[in-house]
Write a protein that binds this ligand. Structure first.
Ligand code: AMP
Length: 549
């Protein structure tokens, strides 16, 4: 096998297959639990690579995947980039028109699709010229009635030898689209060098390190920023992999943790809220778990405490599709090692300290640097080897979303004296009332701390005098008594926040609309529920930023 000195992905697998040939890869699929070793995984990536080459895939071609987390999807993770092609993971939860747009924009040649997802892809592809010339491979041994697709086990070759090419580190290896809240999704290309440097940075102690004694289970979907890079990091570390398959529920997650001895897992807060609820009524043994990585949205304090009580470290992480994705992890710095539990918790709740290799700046509306005092807000800008410097074929976004090589994250943050970042809002969601900023996220968290509140979202509604005023949309818990609930929430907020921060209205709704990645869709919320009459005439004259503090 040829070597190579550039920063490319193949050496990670070479090491795992040769140093840890017997370490397992375990996968929950539609066909049951499958398991094999790194040695067999290495053979199967060669079989897939041979099949792709025989099919006619060449360097630079794009291959789509429309799949959950399982071993076959993982095979595409190394086989596609290491032959010089580009792995384009498609989020199957997107609406059809976005799927059509991104398949066309990425110019995918071939799409690998899960059997359970085939009807959804067939619906997006039906009569859609964007899919002209695209072939399908279904991730099963039997096939699907929904699409004209070759079964994966028939598609891959018998040949387990492949002459891996020497690739340039700037060769694109992956691609993922950000789920835009307005307009079409924007494509982000990951070069080998970006994925290599992201892997190396995450392996360091202030990243999310994984080693040969770890059992790693990404619950975060492999269609979302390469499952936060974990399949690459776990391979580089020689860890055992566990893939939880299609739509895992808490029972599936718990049984995999217990049966496979998972030591590190990762997912968005919703996943762990599900586990916390499940544990109330079931026996759950988390004793093998050392840590869970929680990101995508803020980890609630109660969740950190819940895991602490079970001797599992919750590592709160922040990242973005544009950043491959990890930016920061809330590790406790050595200088705080002797601090008491509550002091450390205040740091661990934040989005953390940047992983080595990244630089950041925080600037206010006028472009001035914001001091590191834990109070002043500004927009976070980042740069580093695994941060993209452009969107794919989107010159207008490239002009507005970058400042030279700095990516404008769109996240509004504070930085404290120790360098911990705390996201207070998205730049487009922060509420500007009378020229001052109100954090919608802080208000939401404060409202969600009420026992009778399931979910809450706060948005700015246009206002003649104050430009914008906050309106809160609240989903009460199933057993909540809504009589007097709005007054109760307001009383609670009044204790913590100045008068001008208080929402002008609290509206009860059945559910907060969500994006394809499970986040609150404030755009849909505004479109569905809010109009200016919600806040008009409700704001007393003294509700100005300088009225009472
Ligand atoms: P995506 O590109 O879909 O992964 O979304 C990235 C965005 O998710 C970031 O810019 C943040 O606004 C948000 N995000 C990611 N991690 C966190 C976190 N730990 N806490 C709060 N927001 C987060």
């Amino acid at each position: 096998m040829p070597g190579g000195t550039d920063q490319t992905l193949r050496p990670f697998l070479w090491r795992a297959a040769n140093l840890y040939p017997d370490t397992e890869i375990v996968s929950r699929t539609h066909e049951g639990i499958e398991r094999y070793t790194y040695a067999e995984y290495d053979d199967r990536t060669a079989q897939l690579a041979n099949a792709l080459t025989e099919y006619g895939i060449e360097e630079g071609d794009r291959i789509g995947t429309f799949c959950w987390n399982h071993h076959r999807h993982f095979e595409t993770y190394f086989a596609v980039p290491t032959i010089g092609a580009q792995l384009h993971t498609i989020n199957p939860l997107l609406p059809d028109e976005h799927i059509q747009y991104i398949v066309d924009n990425a110019d995918d040649e071939l799409i690998f699709v899960d059997e359970s997802m085939a009807p959804k892809l067939a619906s997006a592809a039906a009569d859609a010229p964007e899919f002209d010339g695209v072939d399908f491979v279904v991730m099963s041994s039997t096939g699907t009635d929904a699409l004209d697709a070759t079964p994966y086990e028939e598609f891959i070759s018998d040949d387990t030898d492949y002459e891996w090419p020497i690739l340039d580190e700037n060769q694109p290896a992956g691609m993922c689209y950000t789920s835009g809240t307005t307009g079409n999704p924007k494509g982000v290309e990951y070069t080998h060098k970006m994925l290599w440097s992201h892997t190396m940075a995450t392996l360091t102690p202030h990243g999310i390190p994984m080693a040969d004694d770890d059992v790693v289970m990404p619950v975060v979907p492999m269609f979302h920023v390469n499952a936060w890079g974990m399949p690459f990091t776990a391979t580089a570390g020689g860890s055992k992999h566990v893939y939880p398959g299609p739509s895992p529920d808490p029972e599936d997650i718990v049984s995999l943790i217990e049966n496979e001895g998972v030591t590190i897992s990762a997912g968005v807060p919703t996943v762990w809220l599900g586990l916390m609820e499940y544990e109330k009524h079931n026996d759950v043994d988390l004793s093998s778990l050392d840590s869970v990585i929680v990101g995508g949205s803020a980890a609630p304090e109660s969740m950190i405490r819940w895991f602490d009580d079970r001797d599992v470290e919750l590592l709160h992480a922040w990242g973005m599709t544009e950043m491959s994705p990890i930016g920061s992890v809330a590790h406790v710095k050595h200088e705080l090692a002797d601090a008491d539990y509550e002091t450390k918790l205040q740091k661990r709740k934040k989005q953390g300290i940047t992983v080595p290799g990244l630089e950041f700046r925080v600037v206010d509306d006028d472009g001035n640097e914001v001091p590191w005092n834990g109070e002043d807000f500004g927009e976070l800008l980042v740069r580093g080897p695994w941060v993209t410097t452009e969107y794919f074929q989107r010159p207008e976004a490239n002009r507005s979303d970058f400042d030279g090589e700095w990516l404008k994250t769109g996240d509004v943050v504070t930085v404290d004296e120790e360098g911990y970042l705390h996201i207070v809002d998205r730049a487009k969601d922060v509420i500007k009332s009378g020229g001052e900023w109100i954090s919608s996220v802080e208000l939401e968290n404060a409202i969600m701390a009420h026992d009778d509140v399931g979910e809450a979202a706060v948005v700015g509604i246009p206002h003649e005098k104050w430009q914008e005023r906050p309106a809160a949309f609240v989903v009460p818990t199933d057993d909540a008594d809504t009589d007097g609930l709005a007054d109760g929430i307001m009383a609670m907020l009044r204790e913590e926040y100045p008068k001008w921060w208080l929402p002008d209205t609290i509206e009860f709704i059945d559910a907060i609309p969500k994006t394809a990645t499970g986040k609150f869709s404030k755009k849909d919320l505004r479109d569905q529920y809010s109009d200016e009459s919600l806040v008009e005439g409700r704001v007393p004259d003294d509700a100005a930023p300088d009225a009472d503090d």
